[in-house]
Design a protein around this ligand. Structure first.
Ligand code: UDP
Ligand code: MG
Length: 312
């Protein structure tokens, strides 16, 4: 019977795996419960898989799952959740930005009666201004437009009770935003604070494109506010247009000498309406594309190779 499963999504992490394995194993030994470390290789282009195989060879606690290609961080974690058999499940990044030692506190807190203990960042080191700024902005925006509270300044580094993971597995959406889903699930949740470290080695696998997509997943999965903004904008523009119609009548009738047919006003009106319409269509499109991907009901990922027995 496994007590703790640690899920580690990995994408080009050859420089971090050995140290991560050492530090995680130390932490697990200090906790002293039966555990498993599940590494998910998310289509890495370096020696990540090779190193994971080697770790599994020498350490029976190590499991690895090699996905058939790069599916992205959230799906890699989902693959780990499907394979995890522990009573408590940890999600941690492979780059040592999340200190493994914190798991000791998180586990202790979980056992005092919580179902989720997430790690809240006090400070973030070694990340550029843009990343920190956009992340801050995003989490604040998201918490304003959702009807339940998604904790700000937290990543996926957390420990969860099996109950929560079972609930999570019943949420089949293919555009994953795990931290939002977990907040939405409820139960007793709390946090511990930590300073986020620099990456130990390698570079971030989260490109701006992936980040924007991730942010849009979060917003569209948990809020209809953008659609409401569109409706509001539509009303506002209509009111302005209506006033302008009245105004042009007034000008035409009472100030005929001023009513030169004006290119400028026509152009401004057209551009403005065109812009609002395109934004609106775009927002609606974002929602529809997600509906589209959910109705296809494709499997989230495929496994190419693993040493996890049977169930996946
Ligand atoms: N990761 C992944 N698939 C990806 C990108 C990242 O499995 O497509 C993993 C990566 O190996 C790391 C974690 O997700 O363990 C967080 O990624 P990263 O450190 O690149 O993101 P950042 O910390 O810069 O947000
Ligand atoms: Mg990182």
């Amino acid at each position: 019977m496994i007590e703790i499963s640690v899920i580690v999504p990995t994408y080009n992490e050859e420089g971090n795996l050995d140290l991560l394995h050492t530090r995680l194993s130390e932490v697990m030994q200090r906790i002293g419960q039966p555990y498993e470390l599940i590494f998910i290789n998310d289509g890495s282009k370096d020696r990540t898989l090779e190193l994971e195989r080697a770790l599994a060879q020498k350490d029976p606690c190590v499991k690895y799952i090699d996905l058939s290609r790069n599916f992205g961080h959230q799906i890699a974690v989902s693959a780990g959740l499907d394979a995890a058999r522990g009573q408590a499940i940890v999600i941690i990044d492979a780059d040592l930005q999340d200190p493994p030692e914190l798991i000791i506190d998180m586990y202790a807190k979980l056992r005092t009666g919580f179902h989720v203990v997430y790690a809240k960042r006090k400070a973030r080191q070694g990340e550029n201004f843009m990343k920190k700024f956009t992340a801050k902005l995003f989490y604040r925006l998201l918490s304003r437009i959702t009807s339940f509270s998604i904790p700000v300044d937290t990543g996926d580094f957390r420990i969860m009770d099996k109950k929560v993971v079972d609930a999570l597995k019943q949420m089949p959406e293919s555009n994953k935003f795990l931290r939002g889903q977990i907040a939405w699930i409820g139960f007793n949740q709390t946090f511990v604070e930590y300073d986020r470290q620099q990456r130990h080695a390698g570079t971030t696998g989260y490109t701006y494109k992936k980040m924007i997509n991730f942010a849009l997943n979060g917003i569209t999965a948990f809020s209809n506010a953008p659609i409401k903004w569109v409706t509001m904008a539509g009303f506002m523009v209509s009111v302005v247009a209506f006033l302008m119609i009245i105004m042009s009548f007034v000008v035409r009738i009472f100030y005929a000498h001023l009513s030169e047919p004006g290119w400028a006003s026509i152009m401004v009106g057209m551009m403005f309406l065109g812009g609002v319409q395109l934004i609106s269509l775009g927002i609606i499109g974002e929602y529809i594309s997600r509906i589209n991907s959910d109705v296809k009901r494709r499997p989230l990922y495929f496994v190419k190779e693993t040493n996890v027995s049977s169930e996946i």
